[in-house]
Design a protein around this ligand. Structure first.
Ligand code: DGJ
Length: 733
């Protein structure tokens, strides 16, 4: 049993294999947070609640003369609003009478086997071997009749607790919901650091670590997608935490739209974490009897540092998130036409690129942007998802057939959420784009965004993409989204509901993906948003892999992939070998190194294969062979970051270890070299210390203990940007 209620101490106890999470119903009915951390046997943690009469901390009416009870300083499971808690709230409402008060008291609870599911929104599911239990606690505001139902699913063996909140209007008047957090966690103390992943287009998910300090710190997006700027993931960790030790708490939001994760250190040095939909631009009118569902937060706790935390997320995201059968299948090695040809191609040129790629050992040819409508640059054509016969003379189906005759699979790029003003779709439906009536609209990449809050627009998309998928043999779809959303206003919603558009857009997108992606499970989908602008668990529910960044430079990718690896497993990020000088940075790195870096993900190529020399093609062929030979350990093994590109200027190294610790692949890229340089040793991780390993190409055998404590010497002859890989195999394996 992973969830219990102790009636004596009025305490809810949630237990995973290694962690405990406790909360308690106060004597006045509020739900107070008690504890989250290492597993403990105790069920009565009352002594942790230290009440005091504090100045300027109001006492709720039900506390009578009890001046020591104030919501201003108590650790709460889900805050009230307007009742004397001045920290950033879990909820904000405007009630029918105009009051902005929500005072939720426990009104009942249920515990059941299995996982809750969210209607219309992605969430984790319990696997056949998972023991999962769910707790739902209802917090009711008697005066308005509103209810916040807090849901917790405990994945016992995986050390994961998922949370969400359901808002129900049980009253008789409309309630305007202006903030609803999926989860709030109040820590009793705040001597922690925050780690999050901030970035920009072409440089996503940079590791960022700051101390918790007084005030409110928030990360989030108001761009309509989860964004390049902040990933919806936060780690709260002990100050001493590093890769190997220290307590770490993770909050990962399964949502692809505007999100917020807040960290507030209050006047009494407590820390509140909130995660959910960004209240900026958000207002939902909830009528009597109606509900609003917040997205899911996946919480993980590990005392084994960042690596321990990453392993929890990697395992649960590999096994319990993605609905595609490809989630557990080996992915093909692809060649993509974008950096090879951009918009400048016809079918013959594409076929020539494909022909040359066959010899390299590639499995799949992907035709990127420019194949449809009138699309010779990025100013027109979006929305017209039929082939441009001037470029694809043999038609999409004909091209697919000819690609298949070469022995390759065939894939295409689409950007369904967008529309160009110069397109037949726009000429037919100018009101389908997001733009406020009577206001000049902003463009991004000279394109507009379709109003996916409208059911008719979503129906059209479902129909047109399904038709496209049925029109040719298409085994792979790259689903792109190339601008931030602005001018949010929907022609179909009344004025008082315009605050619903952003979230309705996301729900519309999920519905389109449900109806297209889940209906065509034979197709492999790759998410993309100008690279990694929508790299989040909700997209990974539909699409098993995401183009990690538009930046394909091997050195830049070391940082981008390092940051991505904290929450997301290697088999979710697509990484390509491209040409040098690199198109984004102008940097030149060896082809071998580009292969090593691309193997830290789902490897592919993005170059004009016709321009490769015979020798270069042979290098690519060897890379693909090597990658395929090591695919299982890369895609299914445990991941270890052996060095940080932010702390170690000389090299970046990482390691994959099979779950049974019999095989391992170690990769290293030199990022800086000095004359007459120091001899460096790379200490490995995750091996069986009592076993002996052989290193491919080396003589002798080495114990796991030796390799982890003394390490492997890094050859002094490795030059800048050169890389090396070591394959280890346990003796007898
Ligand atoms: C942005 C993507 O990230 C690129 O890989 C490419 O597909 C372009 N869009 C095409 O417009």
């Amino acid at each position: 049993m992973s969830i219990r209620y102790n009636t004596g101490s009025r305490t809810f106890i949630l237990e995973t294999r290694d962690s405990s999470y406790l909360m308690k119903i106060s004597r006045y009915g509020n739900l107070l947070h008690l504890y989250y951390g290492d597993r403990i046997p105790d069920t009565d943690l009352d002594y942790l609640i230290q009440n005091q009469d504090r100045g300027f901390s109001p006492n709720p009416n039900e506390a009578g003369n009890d001046r020591a009870f104030s919501l201003d300083f108590l650790a709460q499971e889900f805050s009230t609003e307007g009742k004397g808690d001045y920290r950033t709230p879990s909820i904000s409402v405007v009630n029918g009478d105009g009051s902005r008060i929500f005072s939720g008291k426990v009104d009942g609870y249920t515990i059941y086997k299995g996982k809750y599911s969210l209607e219309g929104m992605p969430s984790l599911r319990a696997g056949a071997k998972d023991s999962v239990e769910t707790l739902e606690i209802s917090l009711r505001d008697t005066e308005s009749g509103a209810e916040a139902v807090l849901c917790y699913s405990v994945f016992e063996e995986k050390n994961i607790i998922t949370r969400t909140t359901r808002f129900v209007n049980g009253g008789s008047a409309d309630i305007r919901l202006t903030k609803l957090m999926s989860a709030t966690v109040d820590y009793h103390v705040s001597d922690y650091d925050l780690v999050y992943f901030a970035g920009r287009h072409l440089m996503e998910r940079e590791f960022t670590r700051i101390p918790v300090s007084r005030g409110l710190h928030s990360i989030g997006s108001s761009r309509g997608a989860s964004s390049h700027q902040y990933n919806p993931f936060l780690i709260v960790c002990e100050k001493r935490a590093d890769e190997d030790m220290g307590k770490c708490y993770g909050y990962s939001l399964v949502y692809s739209g505007n999100f917020i994760i807040e960290a507030e250190k209050d006047q009494f040095s407590r820390l509140r974490i909130n995660a959910g939909i960004n209240p900026r631009g958000f207002e939902f009118v909830i009528g009597p009897g109606e509900k609003f569902q917040a997205p899911e937060v996946v919480m993980a706790y590990s005392k084994h540092g960042f690596t321990g935390l990453s392993h929890l997320y990697h395992d649960v995201y590999r096994e319990n998130l993605c609905r595609s059968p490809y989630a557990k299948k080996a992915r093909p090695v692809l060649i993509n036409s974008w950096e090879a040809a951009y918009f400048d191609f016809d079918d013959e040129k594409l076929l020539d690129i494909a022909k040359d790629a066959v010899g390299m050992g590639v499995d799949l040819f992907v035709l990127d942007d420019g194949w449809f409508g009138k699309r010779d640059d990025d100013n027109s054509g979006l929305g017209d998802w039929t082939e441009n016969r001037k470029k694809i003379k043999c038609g999409l189906s004909g091209l697919s057939d000819r690609i298949h005759e070469l022995g390759l699979q065939f894939g295409i790029w689409i950007e369904p959420e967008m529309i160009s003003e110069d397109s037949d779709l726009y000429r037919a439906h100018p009101d389908w784009r997001l733009a406020a009536a009577g206001r000049p609209m902003s463009r991004g990449r000279n394109q507009l965004v379709l109003d996916l809050s409208r059911a008719d627009v979503c129906d059209y998309l479902i129909d047109s993409i399904n038709t496209l998928l049925n029109s040719a043999k298409i085994e792979y779809i790259k689903w792109d989204m190339n601008r931030s959303i602005s001018d949010v206003w929907s022609a179909l919603l009344p004025a008082e509901r315009e605050g619903e558009v952003f979230h309705r857009y996301v729900l519309g997108l999920y519905r389109v993906m449900d109806e297209v992606i889940l209906k065509h499970p034979e197709v492999l989908y790759c998410g993309c948003c100008g690279g990694g602008g929508r790299f989040d668990p909700a997209m990974l529910y539909y699409e098993p892999q995401i183009w990690c960044s538009d930046n394909s430079d091997a050195k830049a990718r070391l940082k981008i992939q390092y940051g991505t690896s904290f929450a997301y497993p290697v088999n979710t990020l697509e990484a390509h070998v491209s040409v040098c000088p690199n198109h984004q940075t102008g940097r030149t790195t060896p082809l071998a190194t580009r292969g090593i870096v691309a193997m830290d993900g789902i490897m592919g190529y993005e170059l004009d294969s016709r321009k490769l020399s015979k020798e270069e093609k042979a290098v690519c062929r060897d890379q693909i062979r090597f990658y395929k030979r090591n695919y299982k350990v890369i895609a299914e093994g445990d991941y270890y970051r052996l060095s940080s590109p932010y702390e170690n200027p000389y090299y970046t190294a990482w390691q994959h270890v099979s779950k049974d610790r019999k095989r391992s692949l170690v990769s290293l890229v030199m990022t800086d070299c000095e004359g007459n340089d120091a001899q460096r040793y790379l200490k490995l991780k995750g091996l069986d210390e009592n076993a002996f390993y052989r290193i491919e190409g080396w003589k002798g055998r080495y114990s796991g203990a030796l390799l982890m404590n003394a390490g492997i010497p890094i050859s002094a002859s490795l030059g800048e940007y050169e890389g090396v890989q070591f394959c280890l195999r346990k003796i007898g394996a």
